[in-house]
Design a protein around this ligand. Structure first.
Ligand SMILES: [Zn+2]
Length: 92
């Protein structure tokens, strides 16, 4: 039996593995700008969050995004990420 391989990624907040397409990608563009990439197609280096607002808060507290992407994340970027994530949650 052939099993289809699903790409799995780890959430930076809860550290659980999820299928890649169920996760929210935080991407650092080649210019060094961080944003949330809901479609998973933006160019640049990515880190993943499972979409629970607590996980973004956890990642913020533990500086997991900084470590994963080797980039400083200013407080206002975290605020923007939180706002974007809430917006996304509301839109569902
Ligand atoms: Zn999570």
């Amino acid at each position: 039996m052939v099993q289809k391989k699903i790409p799995m990624r780890q959430c930076l907040g809860c550290r659980e593995m999820f299928p890649k397409r169920e996760l929210i990608r935080v991407v650092r563009s080649p210019e060094g700008v961080l944003s949330l990439d809901f479609k998973g197609k933006a160019p640049g280096r990515g880190a993943y969050l499972c979409g629970k607002p607590e996980c973004l808060k956890k990642a913020r507290k533990s500086r997991a995004i900084e470590r994963a992407l080797s980039v400083a994340v200013p407080e206002e970027v975290y605020d923007a990420l939180e706002a974007q994530m809430e917006e996304q949650a509301d839109g569902k």
